[in-house]
Design a protein. Structure first.
Length: 335
């Protein structure tokens, strides 16, 4: 298939683009490369895929030097004219929309960025899918949509009507918008609710990444809710396998799935595994719960396993070792 991956310089988009190319698909990746976190990491991901930074800054389509079948274009989802032109020219079979303004806490102080990217930008993708006769739209939702849902584990059949952050509200809005488009215009849409994705080339704003860097720099780490939190940490390779499985199952016309490990890990235990992987003990500063956070996340993946034949395979011990090995190498080569 010819597949568009939005957010291709981001953590999940970068891994997904390489995965899809390895499976023989033709991939066009787009990203606006914003400065929400270090753009050098975003350019480094693209460089790993054979896309040179100097070429990107010419703002033209660039064919990868090392991944046959991969092309990249610097483009913002909010730019409707160029987005619609891209769809018209390329005639995609499938769209994987991973581009979004990320971060729960950032949304508290910078709400406008979430409306522009996650609502207006997503609307542009939906409209382009409608006019482009796309066979399947797969997009990133989030476990944060469960918000005040008190039932554990979180099931896609549970209510997700009480988000605790604007970020979560925009992701729930994406699900509602795509559901309406799937019914009105017969566009098959699949929403994937990701649970705390981690691994090599990850996002430096995520807790596990910040913890690792602080530990390596001999600085204290901030542990919220005094460590009494549990997260369903899900390794990036398991996530990309889940996305590819979803691509190959076209719904009639709408579906939503959890992609999570189904094994929540207490934050203090997670830190212990990270300490073991780095061989360094962390200095800890315990703090109260932050606004927008929830104490426990856990994915019910029964429906995902039934429909997609997908289950996670990577333990936290395995995943964090792979992450720390990558981080040490990355820092060595880029400091």
């Amino acid at each position: 298939m010819k597949i568009l991956v939005t957010g291709a310089a981001g953590f999940i988009g970068f891994h997904l683009a390489e995965k899809l190319v390895s499976l023989g698909h033709s991939v066009i990746g787009i990203d606006n490369i914003n400065d929400y976190y270090d753009i050098n990491l975003k350019y480094a991901r693209l460089h790993h895929s054979g896309i040179k930074r100097a070429d990107i800054e010419y703002n033209k389509k660039i064919d990868s030097a090392c991944l046959s079948g991969y092309t990249f274009l610097k483009l913002d989802m909010t730019d409707m004219d160029n987005i619609s032109g891209l769809f018209k020219n390329e005639k995609f079979d499938c769209v994987c929309n991973l581009a979004a303004q990320a971060g729960v806490r950032y949304s508290i102080d910078n709400p406008r960025a979430y409306i522009d990217s996650n609502i207006c930008g997503f609307f542009n993708i939906l409209e382009s899918c409608r006019s482009g006769n796309i066979r399947h739209l797969v997009f990133a939702s989030s476990s944060s949509v469960y918000g005040m849902n008190g039932k554990i584990p979180f099931s896609v059949t549970d209510s997700a009507d009480h988000p605790l952050s604007l970020y979560a509200a925009t992701k729930k809005s994406n699900e509602l918008m795509s559901f309406a488009y799937s019914r009105l215009y017969n566009i098959p849409c699949t929403a994937l609710r990701f649970f705390t994705v981690y691994g090599p080339w990850g996002r430096p704003d995520m807790a596990y990444y910040k913890f690792a860097e602080a530990i390596l720099d001999n600085k204290p780490i901030e542990v919220y809710n005094n460590g009494n939190m549990s997260r369903d940490f899900t390794y990036i390779a398991d996530i990309t396998k889940g996305i590819t499985a979803a691509i190959n199952r076209i719904p009639n016309p709408f579906a939503v799935y959890n992609l999570g490990s189904n094994v929540p890990v207490k934050l203090t235990d997670f830190i212990s595994v990270l300490e073991n992987a780095l061989g360094i003990k962390a200095q800890k500063t315990f703090l109260p719960m932050q606004a927008g956070d929830i104490p426990v996340t856990m994915a019910d993946i029964d429906i995902t396993a039934r429909d997609l034949g997908w289950e996670p395979e990577t333990t936290v011990e395995e995943g964090l070792k792979l992450f720390t090995d990558w981080l040490l190498s990355y820092k060595k080569n880029n400091d």
